[in-house]
Design a protein around this ligand. Structure first.
Ligand code: HDE
Length: 749
């Protein structure tokens, strides 16, 4: 046993080995202690008992985690070794010929350590490089056997383990979370009949209709090749040059310029399979299907000024939010819904269901809820799980099949291909996070990094030496839907694909006034970063085909005259089925979570009333919100009355943009009054349309910040004195998420 108390180690005893031969030959054992019982061999979310969560967190229940057990490592109480298991006597110095002599080539220990380090990185994903993942499960509501034989939909209450990765698209792995961008929403279902990857996005349409254009799109949006700027941004010449020449992008651009592109949280965005897929039942009958994930947390977004500030204050904003919610046992949930469409119905639509730049409006085909997704466990290791997870659009299971969407066709090829270079060979399916729970038996062999030790001499089929095994599963296996195909080879697209504007218009007119204003402002901002006037003009010409008022606002914002509308490729023959779709507004899905996991800053400084702070904290915690005491500095704060206040954040380390609401309690608090950052804090809360409560003497701060004391503003609560009902009033206003009625462009404050 080693005495690890501070007294026993007045300095790092190991370091003594730096001096002289004697210690180098026999260095003392380093100090070590057994890990505390609660965290032995586990991450926080596995043991579920942390100072932060207490015992409240639900037990994680993901069978896909069990196979990871075999590869988990835990160094508690263990000695250092090489990769060959050879114990290391010393880990401070390279082997030298004499203390001042040259380092020796035969130092296999140094060389192994450095060599491994040299190869620690793998190529980042070409798109969706930055992401965060979590384990969980999918729970099916009712048997869906009428439509699909997929195992996960076979019985009521059936649970299938999942791993989910959310991502941004354009930014590199170390970029920021709150860029204006599409978000990936990739789900790996470890089903009884193999892995199904539903690799979707948080927007239901895409920029292009045909895989042929994907490399062009990605080259256009990525940092420009000569100077590698800008990072994680579409606001630059090459992106707008490309999309303004691609009218099929228009619908997606409306989504990208909307608040959907700056979600408040990964937990608060919808997910979509985007393409039309097929369900196939046991009798072989097929139905077109579109997949929708709807967050129980509601669909909520940031505002642009806030997103920009968050990228500086906390580039890991979404990653942290997901991690912390799961650690706290506030497990995010989504409902999976399907739109089921017969082939005949699809043929009659004014648009083509094989066109990924179109939605099937919910008003035309309602969404049937089929199950729920729960994320209840954080990964043990980011690299092993979140980085190495390999989603593949080609991974379908019996009961789920592809449609002829030409964008999907390219994806079926691309994902497997990219994993081969990203994960270094064809055996990426053996990486524990990718390995199916269903047994894998085939005659594929060898390759880089093969883990499986195949027994026997048979690696071919048919065989008799292996008893004919593994054998073909016949109709129990994956049988492709036998879609009749007999046409001339042609490079082209169906005619309905050529109508590019009506659904962009549908999206725009279905937004609330605040959302519409944000779209216009986003186009203005992005195009103002475009240095080539002809590109801006072309984009304006395209917007004229969407909505003239939108085009006009953007033109005004750019100081440009409205150009002639861009000529259309086609005049649609049939009338659109739906001309207004309330479901497309973020406001349509406020969610059931209320204020759960919402972060509230309670500003405190010497002279604050401790009792009211405690009452506020209690009420917020009870409602599931996350109160933080924010002071001019962290640490203890003098208060009036009994009780101690400990500021856990400061105006410096957690600025306004990181909070959903602010409370300035009663009390003189002179340190707040002389701190310019307090006014900035309040101004940003106001500008970002957040919920604010100011009590007693603190209300005068509003005036100092130039904030109008508007009593009709539902998010601006002012009270001359503390009253017991105040916390509840604040919580009700916070549950409204944002108070856009106060918003002005340009901002008032
Ligand atoms: Fe992807 N996409 N994509 N994509 N995509 C990749 O695969 C690709 C598309 C999506 O968290 C890559 O493993 C092509 C649509 C997500 O790991 C790559 C085309 C949708 C993720 C690739 C598309 C997506 C990717 C990069 C057009 C929404 C991240 C690394 C034909 C339905 C998954 C990798 C994760 C990742 C190719 C278009 C979603 C290169 C060729 C449409 C969520 O294979």
């Amino acid at each position: 046993a080693v005495d690890s108390t501070a007294a026993a180690f007045p300095f790092n005893r190991i370091k003594a080995a730096e001096f002289g031969r004697e210690q180098a030959l026999d260095p003392p054992q380093g100090p070590h202690v057994a890990a505390p019982a609660a965290v032995t061999g586990s991450t926080l979310s596995e043991c579920r008992v942390t100072a932060k969560t207490g015992a409240a967190a639900a037990a994680g229940s993901n069978a896909a985690v069990a196979p990871l057990e075999a590869v988990r490592a835990d160094a508690s109480g263990q000695r250092l070794t090489t990769n060959q298991g050879v114990p290391l006597a010393e880990n401070q110095n390279s082997l030298k010929a004499g203390l001042r002599g040259p380092a020796l080539l035969k130092d296999f220990i140094l060389r192994e350590k450095i060599t491994h380090f040299d190869h620690e990185r793998i190529p980042e994903r070409i798109v969706h490089a930055r992401g965060s993942g979590a384990h969980g499960y999918f729970e099916n509501y009712e048997p869906l056997t009428e439509f699909t034989r997929a195992a996960l939909f076979s019985a009521a209450g059936k649970r299938t383990p999942v791993f989910v990765r959310f991502s941004t698209v354009a930014g590199e792995r170390g970029s920021k979370d709150t860029a204006r961008d599409v978000r990936g929403f990739a789900v790996k279902f470890y089903t009884d009949e193999g892995n199904w990857d539903l690799v979707g996005n948080n927007m239901p349409v895409f920029f292009i209709q045909d895989a042929m254009k994907f490399p062009d799109l990605v080259h256009a949006v990525k940092p420009e090749p000569h100077h590698a700027m800008p990072q994680a941004a579409s606001a630059h010449d090459t992106f707008w040059d490309f999309v303004s020449l691609m009218p099929e992008s228009t619908h997606m651009l409306l989504w990208l310029m909307s608040d959907r592109a700056i979600p408040r949280s990964y937990r608060m965005m919808q997910g979509f399979g985007v393409h039309t897929f097929r369900f196939v039942n046991a009798a072989g009958a097929s139905t077109f299907v579109k997949f929708h994930w709807t967050p129980l947390q509601g669909t909520h977004s940031l505002v642009w000024d806030e997103a920009v500030k968050i990228s500086g204050a906390d580039p890991d904003y979404h990653r942290r939010d997901l991690w912390e919610a799961i650690e706290a046992g506030d497990c995010p949930q989504w409902e999976l819904g399907v739109q089921l469409i017969s082939e005949e119905a699809a043929q009659a639509y004014s648009f083509d269901v094989l066109d990924a730049s179109k939605i099937v409006p919910e008003e035309l085909v309602p969404i049937t809820p089929v199950g729920r997704l729960v994320l209840d466990r954080n990964p043990d290791n980011f690299f092993a799980e979140t980085e190495q997870v390999a989603f593949c659009a080609a991974h379908v299971v019996p009961g789920v099949d592809f449609s002829n969407d030409p964008l999907l066709a390219g994806r079926i090829h691309s994902y497997v291909d990219t994993q081969i270079s990203r994960l270094g060979g064809p055996n990426f399916h053996e990486v524990p996070i990718n390995a199916p729970l269903a047994p894998v038996h085939n005659n594929q062999r060898d390759g880089m990094h093969r883990r499986t030790v195949h027994r026997g001499r048979v690696a071919y089929e048919p065989n008799s030496l292996g008893g004919g095994c593994p054998f073909q599963a016949g109709s129990a296996g994956f049988v492709p839907f036998p879609e009749p195909v007999q046409q001339d080879e042609v490079r082209g697209r169906p005619e309905k694909f050529a109508e590019h504007y009506r659904q962009a218009t549908l999206f725009y007119v279905s937004q609330s006034p605040a959302e519409q204003a944000h779209i216009a402002a986003a186009f203005r901002f992005e195009l103002s970063k475009v240095t080539v006037p002809a590109v801006r003009e072309r984009m304006l010409a395209s917007l004229r085909n969407v909505a003239d008022d939108l085009a006009q606002q953007v033109a005004d914002g750019l100081g440009m005259a409205l150009p002639e509308p861009m000529p259309r490729a086609i005049e649609p023959s049939a009338a659109p089925e739906v001309t207004h779709s309330p479901a497309l507004s973020l406001r349509a899905r406020p969610g059931e979570a209320g204020v759960r996991s919402r972060k509230v800053a309670i500003l405190v400084a010497g002279g604050v009333n401790a009792a009211t702070v405690a009452a506020l904290q209690r009420a917020l915690l009870q409602a599931g919100a996350v109160p933080r005491l924010v002071g001019p500095r962290i640490g203890l704060v003098d208060s009036t009355g009994p009780g101690v206040i400990d500021a856990d954040a400061s105006l410096e380390n957690e600025p306004s943009c990181l909070f959903d609401g602010v409370i300035v309690p009663d009390g003189e608090m002179p340190a707040l009054r002389r701190d310019g950052r307090v006014l900035e804090f309040l101004k940003d809360q106001y500008r970002h349309c957040k919920t604010m409560l100011l009590v007693g003497a603190s209300t005068s701060l509003l005036q100092n910040a130039g904030i109008p004391a508007d009593e009709t503003d539902a998010g601006l609560l002012m009270a001359a004195a503390w009253a017991d009902g105040l916390p509840q009033r604040f919580i009700e206003a916070l549950a409204m998420h944002r108070h856009f009625d106060r918003e002005r462009d340009p901002p008032l404050v």
